[in-house]
Ligand binder design. Sequence first.
Ligand code: ZN
Length: 702
Amino acid sequence: MVQSLWNDGEAGEFIARYGRAYGEDLALRVYTSRLIGRDEDLVLHGGGNTSVKTRAKNLLGEELDVLAIKGSGWNLVDIEPAGLPLVELEPLRKLFALASMSDAEMVNEIRRGLLDSKAPIPSVETLLHAALPHKFVDHTHADAILTLTNQADAATLVEESLGDRVGVLPWTMPGYPLAQAVLELHARRPELEAVVLLQHGIFSFADDARESYERMIRYVRAAEDFVRAKLEAKGTKAFLKLESDTERPSAATVAQAVQIVRGAVACALEGDGPARMHCSWRDDETLRAFSLRPDCRDLLSQGPITPDHVIRTKGPYLFVSKEQAPDRDRVAKAVEEYVQQYGAYFKTNAAGRDAGLQMLDPLPRVVFIEGWGMLSLGVDKRAAEVAADIAQHSVVSKAAANEIGHFRALPAAELFEMEYWSLEQAKLGKKTLPRLAGQIALISGAAGAIGVGIAECLAEAGAAVVLTDLDLARAENAAALLRERLPEATLLALKMDVTDEISVGEAFAVATLEFGGIDIVVPNAGMAHVATLEEMEPANFRQVMEVNLTGTMILLSEAARVFRRQGSGGAVVVQASKNVFAPGAAFGAYSASKAGQHQLGKIAALEFAELGVRVNMVNADAVFGDAVPSGLWEQVGPERMKSRGLDEKGLREFYRERSLLKKSVTPRHVGEAVLFLVSDASAATTGVTLTVDGGIAAAFPR
Ligand code: ZN
């Protein structure tokens, strides 16, 4: 239930904070914009927009009437005055004398009117805000309003529920045509307090910040009450509730299905490599109950509840039955059908248009698994979360619409118009994707110096990184350290014992439910023990073999099963050692385990090639940590220092001098080597050993 969050004290604080520099109008505009942004039932992410008409001075000191309107790239929930660029009002209003105007002309006029040429681009609804005489204008895509307006008899429902102070306009493309329609409506009915745009959303307006905001709340609340009363009258008590005995699959079963779905989507396009995306998995009661409704398939196949969502979620969502979900071929077929349908939608609607119009990628962004939950996909984790938030609200609104009437989405041709509208695409921005965009990496022993170095390089390249370690607290510390360096990084710290196949299986499942699957695996966990063969305790030897060798085997084994399910290739980099080729006396357990591990890496290169997975080895040496200590050196450093009569600094110096390049090897050197071996730069390379040791002739691979 939406409710007014207006608070006189808070409003006063905003005036105190922004009033002096920006004026009271803008201070209150920021305040009520944030109040709207706080409620997800009103707007989600970049959705909705707000404006205020006020006065400002230009460089000459002349006072002008201006429109302060939400700029692109800002969300209402945390908007600042800088997110409400000022546009001169009179020139905008004069434009209404024109019979028509192209989008490019409209954008040009709006940008030309900016008081600050470097300000963000004002909303595509700028002219609509300018058309209304009211000082404050608020616009949302509120769920309950959309439940009423995606109906055959939407206009009647709106009139019945919201009363005679609310105007109704049929679907009209945003931009100049919609602004003109609002202008005409207001001229006929100046008493209106709000306008509902069918299949789009609602505008409220007033000369006072609080009144405009509270009109929005009042009308959305009226729509909510109306919908609820209808649901109750129908006796729909169990609306989106599960029967208590509904079966719930295990996390492992769900994770396997998620790997299959994400992999099938990644492989659905011919041509360039797999289109891997980051995912979000949600399985709350509402989503699961929705997925079991008899009308679920039909509702998912229809377009979004407001066309603005199409650029985040695509029009239709994909439905996978619980019988299909564990079967790779059947899931791949379902994805293929989705892609074909999207192609047909493009072909039909692009016919007769600009021949240069390029089809966007035809891959689904939201996938429901019957009874289990919902998977969303995006170019990065944030995009996947945005799609999930939108889908979560959309399906509730769609189901409610079907309960009180018949949900009817905007026709495909109109949706296409919005999806391929240049102004809508501009909202997404043109980012060049980083090298490992959409990929997910899992590193064992990630809490030590080398692990952090690898994680840092992979995260910088856009991969989501799962830092696993036997010591969860240390893994969390490592993730926290990386977050300081890379605030945008997508990271997850997990406890994982490489010697325990159950623990490894669980870690892969948890990582899958968090990000969608695993594309890169770096067996990096290791331990050392210093003893001559003469003095070696078998128990110590066994322990080193267990972690370094058996641990790598267990990891590779689980990775192979995941890679096969996904079918979208991948990369493995085994963290071996300089000791593989140049072992050290009194270092038998470590050197033998590393030689075995290195051999397993080659076996994996042989076996995984058919899965499109490349496996390579890195032989590093004498890598000391700085911000994070090296676990290995904590174990063997004191012995080494003692045997050579050196302190820690002296020991580092000793290793540096020993190398051909006289270079200290850093965790980043190792990380960069791993990044090269997992990225497309080395797409034709598998089974090789890359040394990162400063140059040690005795350890040259041979
Ligand atoms: Zn809108």
